[in-house]
Design a protein around this ligand. Structure first.
Ligand SMILES: Cc1cn([C@H]2C[C@H](O)[C@@H](COP(=O)(O)OP(=O)(O)O[C@H]3O[C@H](C)C(=O)[C@H](O)[C@H]3O)O2)c(=O)[nH]c1=O
Length: 185
């Protein structure tokens, strides 16, 4: 049975799929387009991504792609655990600049749906954390954008100190939120 519930920013949704356990282990259907569409997630996901982060305290993000290559994402954890974060970049939204954060791990059968118009990032909570996510628009480096993970205006409470965080060179130099020219209406 697929369950979908809205988070504090209603367009961001937590999805729970059903796990069938037996003496061998378990089986779960992690995505079925028709079932997700019936529950308000009709997106046509056309690309799958997977990343593995070796050290605890790895932060990937905050990333987004600009229109017309803006991506909605469906994120789940294959191994380990993350604090997953979505930031509302839609200028017309009453929650513009606000974020939601949720812990996802490989045992909870939960996934996070992040619609277009949001920046997305996560911090790993365990070593060798593997994240798998579906996107509904292809990768377009020319439309790649981001916000610095520790932006003071966003005030995200990450579970890692700035002195210990593991970041890509690109993410270290991402602009602050107040430097973000209007991207999403
Ligand atoms: C995203 C992406 C990247 N790449 C290549 C580009 C780089 O040579 C290499 C690593 O890319 P990057 O450092 O941007 O990977 P992450 O830091 O994990 O970025 C992702 O992390 C956060 C959490 C996200 O939500 C984004 O979807 C995505 O930006 O993979 C591709 O070939 N295709 C892709 O779709």
């Amino acid at each position: 049975m697929l369950e979908v519930r809205s988070l504090a920013i209603p367009d961001v949704k937590l999805v729970r799929t059903e796990r069938f356990s037996d003496a061998r282990g378990y089986f779960c259907e992690t995505f079925r387009r028709s079932a997700f569409a019936e529950k308000g997630i009709p997106n046509d996901f056309i690309q799958d991504n997977q990343s593995c982060s070796e050290p605890v305290g790895t932060v990937r993000g905050l990333h987004f792609q600009r229109p017309p290559f803006a991506q909605a994402k469906l994120i789940r954890v294959l191994k380990g655990a993350i604090l997953d974060v979505a930031v509302d970049l839609r200028r017309s939204s009453p929650t513009f600049g606000r974020h939601v954060s949720v812990k996802l791990d490989s045992e909870s059968d939960e996934q996070l749906f992040v619609p277009k118009g949001f920046a997305h990032g996560f911090c790993t909570l365990q070593p060798q954390t593997m994240v798998f996510y579906k996107v509904d628009e292809v990768y377009s480096p020319a439309h790649d954008g981001g916000i610095h993970w520790a932006d003071s205006d966003l005030a995200i409470e990450w579970p890692v100190k700035a002195s210990e965080v593991r970041l890509s060179a690109k993410d270290r130099t991402l602009p602050n939120f107040d430097q973000l020219v209007s991207v999403f209406e």
